[in-house]
Design a protein around this ligand. Structure first.
Ligand code: SF4
Length: 472
């Protein structure tokens, strides 16, 4: 096999022993540096300067993320930043503040910059009524330049428990052409243990209807490692999902950290499964999905070979971002709403995580940015390296040399030395002036990326650093 054809191989091998040995906490690299490095010394003025500098000739298109923090009831496994309430009246003040933020952010960017991507995330975005979602989209369209052609990627996370088939039609008419459905597990026992009961029929009806609408992509979220899960029960869930043939499937690992996430304290100890059972579920998931024709992209994400993520991985335009993997690596990301994180130019900027503080900052007349980071040349170089490994699964030294004015082998001599045990375990191979993540290493790609993370030794001096999740 030539190095190039090897680079395009998407084969993934689940090696239980290797996964067990490399199962340690580490960043998911939805950003580099990771959010742990964000600091309060970076504020709204720094972000505004980066936003204005990103305009002008050659300006990138935009990607907009809007966060809706409300959920009607807590799923016990959840580690998200959300607000549990059945009071839909709470949406009104939130939207009023969000609209002010949209206006102020919109004023920073040239109107010639098209919004290629737009995503409603949460929490539960469908907590908002159809009229409220329409109102937000209309307001975004007034302050940014939205696209209406089929090339736009405008998506929303859907809670099938609260979205009817009729409602899906409305979302499609609003211009949203991609949906992501939370499923986690169809087994009634598991659903009961995690306080998230949703029927198979309702979920499948939504997928069927999405196929009839101009909705280009359907994505399903699953979680392995949940209480009361078994190989047999999760195999059934996987079979149902595969039969529905969503374009993308994300299968996340459940991390039981009740000291960090209050809702997890509701999970009964006796219902938890063992680490060995959880490892078995990962193996089952990888083997079942790849056996059914899905390609493992990396970091819990699978996609059909026809999906843009697979094409983007092959042609080098795949990127990691706060939603996982995404195409359109070239966009500047403008994030709106409580706790959301923007990525504009060489900066990351995060809004206040608490709602009262978010409201206060908006009421004070500015943006809601609480902290962030401006990348220096070394951060940009390492971000490029980590992005190549996590997205293309291949790192071409000459490309890095050219883009960053270094000689890879000299700059990263210590890192190449630290990679040797990983090479000995066949997670990664050096082929001439390139590194390639192997079929065995694809499930452990972040262990390879961690070798190039200059910040990690400072924030994770011990193996059991709890602020990062584990591999399994
Ligand atoms: S999993 Fe989703 S719907 Fe459930 S509580 Fe968390 S954010 Fe809300």
């Amino acid at each position: 096999m030539s190095p190039m054809s090897a680079a395009l191989s998407t084969e993934t091998i689940f090696d239980a022993d290797l996964v067990r040995r490399y199962d340690r906490p580490g960043p998911r690299y939805t950003s580099y540096p990771t959010a742990v490095q964000f600091h309060a010394g970076f504020g709204a003025a720094d972000y505004e300067a980066a936003a204005r500098a990103s305009n002008g000739p050659g300006a990138k298109p935009l990607s907009i993320y809007m966060h809706v923090p409300f959920c009607e009831s807590p799923c016990f496994y959840c580690g998200c930043n959300k607000i549990i309430t059945r009071d839909h009246g709470r949406a009104r003040p939130y939207l009023d503040h969000l609209k002010l933020e949209i206006e102020r952010q919109g004023a920073l960017f040239d109107r010639g910059r098209l919004v290629d991507q737009l995503h409603f995330g949460g929490g539960t975005p469908t907590f908002l009524s159809d009229a409220e979602l329409a109102e937000v989209l209309e307001h975004v369209g007034r302050h940014f330049t939205l696209r209406s052609d089929p090339d736009r990627e405008y998506s929303i996370e859907i809670d099938p428990r609260t979205v009817s088939v009729a409602r899906l039609d409305v979302l499609s008419k609003l211009g949203l052409n991609r949906v992501s459905l939370g499923v986690q597990d169809f087994d009634p026992e598991v659903q009961d243990a995690v306080n998230r009961v949703q029927s198979v029929e309702d979920t499948l009806a939504l997928i069927r209807r999405a196929r009839e609408l101009p909705i280009d992509s359907v994505s399903i979220d699953l979680i392995y490692g949940l209480p009361r899960q078994s190989r047999a029960s999760f195999a059934k869930t996987l079979d149902i999902v595969i039969a529905a043939r969503p374009d993308r499937i994300a299968a996340y690992s459940y991390a039981h950290l009740p000291h960090l996430f209050k809702p997890q304290r509701q999970i009964k100890q006796a219902d938890l499964i063992t680490p060995a059972e959880k490892l078995g579920l990962l193996g089952l998931t990888v083997e079942t999905l790849t056996g059914a024709g899905y390609v493992y992209i990396g970091m819990d994400h699978f996609a059909l070979p026809t999906d843009e993520l697979v094409r983007a991985q092959a042609d080098g335009t795949l990127q990691r971002n706060f939603q996982g993997y995404s195409t359109r690596a070239e966009c500047d990301l403008v994030a709106l709403g409580v706790s959301s994180i923007s990525k504009v130019g060489d900066t990351y900027a995060q809004n206040s995580k608490a709602l009262p503080e978010y409201y206060k900052r908006i009421n004070d007349g500015g943006l809601a940015i609480e902290r962030g980071v401006k990348l220096d040349a070394e951060d940009r170089l390492r971000r490029d390296v980590i992005q190549q490994l996590m997205c293309a699964t291949r790192l071409d030294f000459a490309g890095i040399d050219r883009r960053h004015g270094i000689r890879f082998e000299e700059h990263f001599a210590a890192e190449l030395e630290r990679l040797k045990p990983l090479e000995a375990d066949d997670l990664v191979r050096q082929e001439g002036r390139a590194l390639r993540i192997t079929a065995r290493g694809r499930l452990l790609m972040r262990n390879v990326a961690m070798v190039f993370d200059a910040h990690l030794p400072k924030v994770a001096p011990v193996a059991d650093q709890p602020r990062f999740s584990r591999v399994v």
